[in-house]
Design a protein around this ligand. Structure first.
Ligand code: SAH
Length: 352
């Protein structure tokens, strides 16, 4: 942790309040250290003078977000619905993975955070795309989603991973997303365990490639041909598939970090044999030495109000086998939190 973290975040209000109380500069660091470790109130920050704790509690909101609702799914997934100070809705999800892994000292816990309230893009299969776009979230509002779950889990179950796969397009709010990413390691979430997912917003991919932080890139692809992709994701008219794949290659060349490709399986739309072949061709040559550049995640479609239907398990498996036959690493994503509408593409807050 270093001082410029505070400039990256809207802990500005904290600094101003501390300054108004003639406090030394290190106080902000103290407060942040407590917060990042999951403190629930200023009262808990026992190395601060009692009078200061009281003053902070009276003058400063502890979070920039207000929790409006929390849903717990049978599989341990938790979805939180928040409102910003100006009443904008957003959601974030915590996924707990129960299976203990001998290779990990900590159990994986992944949070899925929002970068915007709503989304200005209009991908046809995504629930967020159907709600009204409100605005970009600030770095604080992003970090506060993570802090909420940090507090919920306590020290026993620290959050280990973060994906920007909640509401919004992170590349349209990259300054604040990166500002938040700078702070996440203080919560125990390393840059290598943080992934930014994009529809293929090329200027954002290029900026991410220039970043010092070793953040991961995920690309929402969903179709390997231009016409179908434009139909599913109108943003493809602006940044065509071929150029987006080019930007991913450049990202890999620069960062040497594998790119995750997300592909939502839609019955009769993008799940046919020829389409799997086209995807395999698009992602090849996928090899750079031992490592492959792309790793595909096939995502079972989660029902939204859209006219689409999800592919059957058998056709998802067949699609996977085509990719495997072409040596493209591929996994089928476990669907989590579907019973609470917390699965991918289902985050559409009704008005809080
Ligand atoms: N805008 C960014 C970040 C959101 S990520 C992006 O699109 O990458 C949300 C992920 O969930 C994306 O891969 C998206 O395509 C996927 N998704 C959207 N709707 C879905 C649905 N109904 N079922 C399964 N996945 C969906």
């Amino acid at each position: 942790m270093c001082c410029n973290h505070y400039q990256a975040m809207d802990l500005q209000l904290l600094e101003e309040t501390l300054a108004a109380h003639d406090q030394p500069r290190f106080r902000a660091r103290q407060v942040w250290a407590w917060t990042a470790r999951g403190a629930r109130s200023f009262e808990e920050m026992t190395d601060l003078p009692a009078s200061l704790r009281e003053a902070l509690a009276g003058e400063l909101p502890f979070s920039s977000l207000e929790l409006r609702d929390e849903a717990h799914a049978g599989d341990g997934t938790v979805k939180a619905l928040f409102a910003t100070v100006d009443g904008r809705p957003l959601e974030a999800v915590l996924m707990r993975y129960r299976e203990p892994s001998p290779l990990r000292t900590r159990q994986r816990r992944t949070i899925c955070v929002s970068s915007q309230s709503g989304c200005p893009l209009t991908c046809t299969f995504c629930a967020t795309g159907q709600m009204r776009f409100a605005r970009n979230l600030t770095a604080s509002e992003i970090v506060d989603q993570a802090l909420h779950f940090r507090r919920l889990e306590g020290d026993a179950g620290q959050v280990t991973n973060c994906v920007f796969m909640g509401m919004g397009e992170p590349m349209l709010n990259l300054d604040n997303v990166l500002g938040a990413c700078e702070l996440l390691p203080d919560l125990g979430i390393g840059h290598r365990h943080t992934a930014i997912s994009t529809v293929g917003w090329i200027p954002g991919i290029e900026r991410l490639a220039e970043q010092e932080m070793p953040l991961r890139l995920a690309l929402s692809l969903h179709a390997a041909d231009e016409a179908l992709r434009s139909e599913l994701m109108p943003v493809n008219d602006r940044y065509p598939l071929a150029d987006v794949i080019g930007a991913c290659h450049a990202f890999y060349a620069r960062k040497r970090r594998r790119v995750f490709v997300e592909y939502v399986m839609l019955a009769g739309v993008n799940d046919r044999y020829e389409q799997a072949l086209a995807l395999a061709r698009l992602l090849a040559p996928a090899r750079a030495g031992e490592q492959t550049i792309f790793k595909v995640n096939l995502i079972p479609y989660n029902p939204t109000d859209s006219p689409f239907e999800g592919s059957t398990r058998a056709s998802i498996a067949a699609f996977r086998d085509v990719l495997l036959a072409h040596e493209i690493p591929v996994t089928i994503r476990l669907t989590r939190g579907r019973d609470i509408d917390a699965a991918c593409g289902q985050l559409a807050a009704r008005s809080p």
